[in-house]
Design a protein around this ligand. Sequence first.
Ligand SMILES: [Zn+2]
Length: 330
Amino acid sequence: MEQRTVTNPQPKLTDHFAKLITNGHLAHAYIFAGPQGVGKKELALWIAKGIYCPNTQNGRPCLECAECKRIAEGNQPDVVFVAPEGLSIKVDQIRFLKEEFSKSGVESNRKFFIIQDAEKMTTGAANSLLKFLEEPNGQVTAILLTTAVNQLLPTVISRCQLVELSALTDAQMVASLEKNGISKEKALVLGRLTDSFEVAQSLAQDDNFEQLCQNTCRWYLQILHNDWRCFVDVQAKILPLLSGKKDEQLLLDLIVLLTKDLLLFRYSQRKLSFATFNQEFSKALQPLSTREILKATELILETKKRMAVNVSFQNVIEALTLELCRCYHG
Ligand SMILES: [Zn+2]
């Protein structure tokens, strides 16, 4: 798997924090609140790099040096990451954090910690954290990440600066993915497929996903061409690529994207998502009526509902293949 340096998907906020780093105006504690996948953790790590990187330019880390890489890999002892153990973040975990920071021999007097899912702190952990924030040893920056800011203790909220991160639009997501070295073609698919920057990042580096996209596109083209091999290929080339519920969901999302693609291409000439297959899809679409294209979208949405009642995925996907064939070819 390729190692990539991840930059932040929230350009306005990186500008803001770059200024604070340059002016030495960073607050002691922040809460980054926002839905899953908007780049809260990426932003926190970016700020940490901005603090420790020796080659910053106007507060922006270089993302290339040993220090930046160490932080990205979780190997910088002054940058500590705390996440729930089981269902909660326990008081011992915050104590451990304090001890880590009071140890001599750590590399500098500048400490940075990130608490993931901060709303899962027990009251004990939250109180322990508060004490720590009130009497830090040396220079400490704390960043609390949360998807549910209203579940944090008011005393914690009042000690931190609240930064709300909003969901990325499809276009912003595509731009951010491209900035992170993902090809334009892949970025377009991922931007339309998921709202989560993290999910998009990990799918982009997953060879299995690439294969699934290609095989699903070919299978869908077979259906559009009324080619009986679609029944064979769904078993031989698609199902073996799936391991578990998450992958099954992903396949259905890909099929939804394909049917939606055809619909939006017919209605508004929206660019199709899978660049390699663009020509073939637009050609296969020509003889179809708008009614058929609409019906196919309904079919796949019904299939998603059927999935919810937990029947065999193989049955579901075989039935869908047959229904789609009937839908497009009467
Ligand atoms: Zn650097």
